[in-house]
Design a binder for this molecule. Structure first.
Ligand SMILES: Nc1ncnc2c1ncn2[C@@H]1O[C@H](COP(=O)(O)OP(=O)(O)OP(=O)(O)O)[C@@H](O)[C@H]1O
Ligand SMILES: [Mg+2]
Length: 318
């Protein structure tokens, strides 16, 4: 099926691709609404800036959580607003490809299809995220996103085995937030925790050597305050997420048939998803499994580009 639009509706970011134009939207999956009337105030980047800063009458939320739709109406409103910004009403887009987590239930998948099908779409094809990101067969893809880590062994253009965990980018942010509160007696917001992770986050000791000043509210004085945080301090709080990803990977390998295991041994593991950028993750997975591990060039864009590429493959085969 040729497509008119591809959408990666992620927990952290929403990406929209038009085959002729490339990626036209890459924004946080956040929407701000008036609490009472539910009218949309902002979506994407603008709404993200409002997180933790809204007056009592407004609410800024991530409508997807753990890779699935948590607030149906808000997801629909967010996507509708984003699509209208980039697609003129004259362009029809009856054929759409949307990526979904590989372990999504049918009910959850139906919710995604329902959200997009309200937008003049006739055919919706759902593609599992690791499958979209895989460039070849017999390969192991580990997609560390915002709300899920989704991993699969790809064989013969399909998913042979898959596993997922809710430990991903967001659980790293939560762990950092808690650590800063407990160790430095400083209250910080979700956005600050995320930005700290981007700048100095690391899951292995001795790999990163950076520090960063963080501002927030002192638990001791209740006043604005700042502390300096080093990357090696964050290794410990980020352990729970790294360990859960590793456990999930071991489960997946255990369930993988021997023939595919041989392919994986040759082709190695492909790391995708934005949170795969965290310092030391590739090295940790390499050391723990003995596999060759490759971090994609633009790990957060593998899925959306893959949605376009797979359509080509399918057309040739049709
Ligand atoms: N340099 C970086 N270091 C660490 N984490 C990063 C970096 N850049 C982005 N991230 C994290 O990557 C995550 C977003 O990745 P991605 O866009 O692949 O997720 P998503 O597709 O929206 O989520 P999901 O697939 O779970 O639904 C966020 O948690 C973000 O903080
Ligand atoms: Mg994703």
């Amino acid at each position: 099926m040729a497509i008119d639009v591809a959408i990666d509706l992620g927990t952290s970011r929403t990406r929209i691709l038009l085959p002729q134009k490339g990626i036209v939207t890459d924004e946080p999956s956040v929407i701000t609404v008036h609490k009472r009337s539910e009218t949309v105030v902002a979506v994407g980047q603008e709404a993200y800036r409002m997180l933790g800063r809204t007056p009592p009458s407004l609410e800024a939320v991530y409508p997807l959580q753990g890779g699935v739709i948590a607030h149906f109406d808000l997801t629909e409103a967010m996507l509708d607003t984003m699509l209208k910004k980039v697609v003129s009403s004259r362009i029809r887009m009856p054929r759409m490809a949307v990526c979904v987590p590989s372990r999504m239930t049918d009910v959850e998948k139906r919710a995604v299809v329902q959200v997009v099908s309200g937008m003049g779409v006739r055919q919706v094809q759902t593609v599992e995220a690791p499958l979209a990101a895989a460039k070849s067969h017999g390969v192991l893809v580990v997609d560390v996103g915002g709300g899920t880590t989704d991993m699969a062994v790809i064989s013969l253009n399909g998913t042979a085995v898959s596993r997922s965990t809710k430990y991903a980018g967001r659980t790293m942010d939560d762990a950092i937030l808690q650590y800063i509160r407990q160790q430095h007696h400083l209250l910080i917001g979700q956005r600050t925790a995320e930005s700290l992770k981007h700048r100095i986050g690391c899951v292995q000791a001795g790999v990163c050597d950076e520090s960063c000043t963080v501002r927030g509210k002192s638990l001791l004085t209740g006043l604005p305050s700042e502390v300096v945080v080093r990357s090696d301090e964050l290794v410990e709080p980020l352990q729970s997420t790294a360990a859960a990803i590793l456990k999930c990977l071991r489960d997946l390998l255990e369930a993988t048939p021997p023939e595919l295991m041989a392919d994986i041994h040759t082709d190695g593991l492909l790391l995708t998803g934005g949170a795969a950028r965290i310092g030391g993750l590739a090295a940790l997975l390499r050391q723990s499994t003995g596999l060759s591990v490759r971090l994609s060039d633009e790990p957060e864009l593998c899925t959306i580009w893959g949605l376009k590429r797979r359509r080509k493959t399918q057309r040739l085969n049709e």
